[in-house]
Design a binder for this molecule. Structure first.
Ligand code: UDP
Length: 449
């Protein structure tokens, strides 16, 4: 029911696919409740956005901010990207807000990505309220919160000892987000994640893309630091009858892969994807390729165009199909798919969980290492591949993990757990469920603010 009665809000996602998707889905859900949404991005980012024909996303007004003339090229590639985006938005957003103030539907609030915490000051200075959206698991956000507060003590290279944090299972060093135990060249990303909490307490709403039963203990703990609203999982078909997010930075392949899936028996195909950012090395790509062949299962593997040259030159696709980008929601919803070899990106994880697809958790970096721990040990909806000290996973390990899910008794247990979590995810976003109630409450508060 439309209860938002035309209240206008702005939405500012961080311009990476894994951040755009949950923001977009939140916008679409708000639109179905009568909220008017303007999605804000930069001219540069909008030039690579593929807009899919999708009923609700067509209702989102997209406004672009001209890129700042004073760009910087100092620091690593992430630092440059982050700095230039911030510069453009801090220059252009106030103008955009002022322009909207003159219109017949001035914006009342802005929903912004948690990695853009400085947005809140701009909003408040111009009389708008601010809702911060966290797009990583609450467990991961809480670990970064502890880092910021100085309450996380990192054990010295000793992976044997447990790290105990409130409302979390005991964690080993490599269960922490990788940027904490191995910052490498990613200082800019580490700072981005720590800074999420710089304006946390001042935000008017704190939204998390998770649901109450999924992370119950840690959600209760973080609520003690200030009220939050869980709104996930923000998977399109769970919220609307739409099957796409609607905006993509990647062009999907022609849909021949869906026809290929049609020719396969239920539960017989392994879907493999490492999301939009991960770049496994050439040797690791070879192990994945050989491991998939060794598993002797059919597989559909997303290898982004930029990664294709890493495939072994003699790789023969007898039982497999490679695409550069697909509609992951359609693939995960397909009955032929029996298992998902994933890098454990939070969206991919929530999508697999919501469609009841068991996972082989092959985390690469950032929040993925912690999510892999949750998948394997807490929710028990997948197996986690074992890596050597250089985080390298062998073909035998990959093939063995796939077979464990596809052919062995453990797979049946994991499938039972996956069905349970699928049901709980659906309940959370259905009428009366925790996320549904929270979104309804958010709309009421937005409209009354
Ligand atoms: N995705 C997709 N097609 C693909 C691969 C990924 O649509 O071929 C989507 C996927 O459904 C998910 C997002 O891209 O919503 C990736 O986000 P995630 O958090 O899983 O990983 P990231 O890319 O941020 O590492």
């Amino acid at each position: 029911m439309a209860s938002g009665s035309g209240t206008h809000i702005l939405a500012l996602p961080f311009p990476l696919q894994g951040h755009i998707n949950p923001m977009l889905q939140l916008c679409k859900t708000l639109i179905t409740k009568g909220i008017r949404v303007t999605l804000v991005t930069t001219v540069f980012i909008s030039s690579s956005l593929q807009i899919q024909a999708s009923t609700t996303s067509n209702l989102i007004n997209i406004e672009t901010i001209p890129d700042a003339a004073t760009t910087t090229s100092e620091g690593d590639v992430y630092q440059v990207f982050i700095n230039n985006f911030k510069e453009t938005i801090t220059q252009g957003l106030p103008r955009l807000i002022e322009k909207h103030k003159q219109s017949s539907y001035p914006a009342k609030a802005i929903v912004y990505d948690s990695v853009l915490p400085w947005t809140l000051d701009i909003a408040h200075q111009l009389g708008l309220k601010g809702a911060v959206l966290f797009t990583q698991p609450c467990t991961v956000c809480s670990i970064f919160y502890h880092m910021k507060q100085g309450t996380l003590k990192i054990p010295n290279e000793d992976e044997g000892s447990d790290i105990m944090l409130p409302a979390m299972p005991p964690l080993k060093l490599k269960d922490l987000p990788s940027l904490i135990y191995d910052i490498g060249a990613y200082t800019a990303l580490f700072n981005l994640l720590i800074d999420q909490f710089s304006t946390y307490r001042d935000a008017d709403w704190r939204l998390f893309n998770t649901f109450d039963k999924l992370e119950d203990e840690i959600l209760k703990w973080i609520t003690s630091e200030g009220p939050i609203l869980t709104i996930g999982p923000t998977i399109p078909p769970l919220h609307t009858d739409d099957i796409e997010y609607g905006l993509s930075l990647f062009k999907p392949d022609a849909e021949a892969y869906l026809k290929w899936l049609e020719t396969k028996e239920n539960g017989s195909v392994v879907y493999v994807s490492f999301g939009s950012l991960v770049t496994p090395g050439e040797k690791q790509m070879e192990e994945i390729a050989r491991g998939l062949v060794e598993s002797n299962c059919f597989f559909l593997w997303v290898v982004r165009a930029s990664e294709e040259s890493k495939l072994p030159p003699d790789f023969v696709l007898e039982k497999g199909l490679i695409v550069n980008w697909c509609s992951q929601l359609q693939v995960l919803a397909h009955p032929a798919v029996g298992c998902f070899v994933t890098h454990c990106g939070w969206n991919s994880t929530l999508e697999a969980l919501s469609f009841g697809v068991p996972m082989v958790a092959m985390a690469q970096w950032t929040d993925q290492t912690t999510t892999a721990k949750l998948i394997a040990d807490v929710w028990q909806i997948g197996v986690r591949t074992k890596a050597d000290e250089n985080d390298f996973v062998t073909r035998e390990e990959i093939a063995g993990s796939v077979r464990e899910i596809m052919q062995e008794e453990r797979g049946n247990e994991i499938r039972r757990n996956a069905s349970k979590w699928k049901q709980l995810a659906k309940e959370a976003v259905s009428e009366g469920g925790s996320s549904h109630k929270n979104i309804t409450e958010f709309v009421i508060q937005l409209s009354g603010s």
